[in-house]
Design a protein around this ligand. Structure first.
Ligand code: 3PY
Ligand code: MG
Length: 257
């Protein structure tokens, strides 16, 4: 009944690449419209998107209606809020600005039950979606929830090996825009910057060697195609705003001949 929820972590680890509908807009019909085009999951962007708590809840349910998992990109350091999103039925959390193994350990501690962490019990809506009993939900929770640390700072990139070694951390997600700002000390914002590209390749190699999920934000489909070939198994394809703008521009140009 709930394989698309409880089996998504294993599917990401095994591949093939899953493509995420990156949903920043508050209106759940936007997520619904994009998901229907064949994306594998939704990422609801709480950190920088327009969301409020009701639209995160609605986004999780809309994804569920199409039997797609939803993940949430949380605010910086908001690990308690992240546990709440898992309770609401999100299958995974993408945590920005993880700078050290200590940050990654704190993240895992909030989001995994003992023995990996000390998450507090209360997955009410999640159990409504999975249809599992208390015991079954607990038994599967650590294996099916996806806890991902964003690598997007100099410190985080330098600490990659230690971050990857944190038990219970399922993978990393590259934030190429922040990484470009960090690596150029504020001089450039360019997700395709050469130094970022080198980092993206190294992160793929190290994360795959550690047996963890390697994922990244991609500004468009071309970049997502390139990173899929490097072995990334979860990639965004632009954002809802980007997809809307590019379709609007293209159709208007066709209309004007
Ligand atoms: C980044 O590129 O910095 C991101 O956080 C992607 O959303
Ligand atoms: Mg970022």
């Amino acid at each position: 009944m709930s394989d698309h929820l409880t089996g998504f972590r294993a599917r990401l680890q095994a591949g093939p690449t899953a493509f995420a509908a990156w949903c920043a807009m508050r209106e759940p019909a936007v997520a619904e419209t994009i998901l229907k085009e064949g994306f594998d999951c939704a990422v609801l962007d709480w950190q920088h998107g327009y969301h409020d708590q009701a639209s995160i809840e609605a986004g999780i349910l809309i994804a569920q209606a199409y039997r797609k998992p939803a993940m949430v990109r949380i605010g910086v350091g908001d690990f308690a809020g992240a546990a709440r999103f898992l309770d609401w039925g999100a299958v995974g959390i993408i945590a920005p600005m993880i700078n050290s193994a200590a940050d990654a350990k704190a993240l895992v501690d909030f989001l995994k039950y003992p023995p990996l962490g000390s998450r507090s019990w209360g997955p009410m809506r999640a159990m409504g979606l999975t249809g599992l009993s208390n015991g079954e939900q607990l038994e599967r929770a650590n294996d099916s929830s996806i806890v991902i640390a964003m690598i997007e700072t100099r410190e985080g990139f330098a600490a990659l090996d230690e971050i990857l070694a944190v038990p219970g951390l399922d993978g990393v997600f590259v934030g190429p825009s922040d990484l470009s700002i960090a690596l150029t000390n504020g001089a450039t914002i360019d997700p395709l910057y050469a130094e970022v590209d080198a980092a993206v390749q190294l992160i793929a190699r190290k994360t795959r060697a550690a047996g963890k999920i390697v994922s990244a934000f991609c500004p468009d489909g071309k970049r997502a195609n390139e990173l899929a070939k490097l072995g990334y198994t979860l990639l965004s394809v632009g954002t809802d705003g980007f997809l809307l703008r590019s379709a609007a521009r293209a159709e208007l140009a066709r209309a004007k001949g």
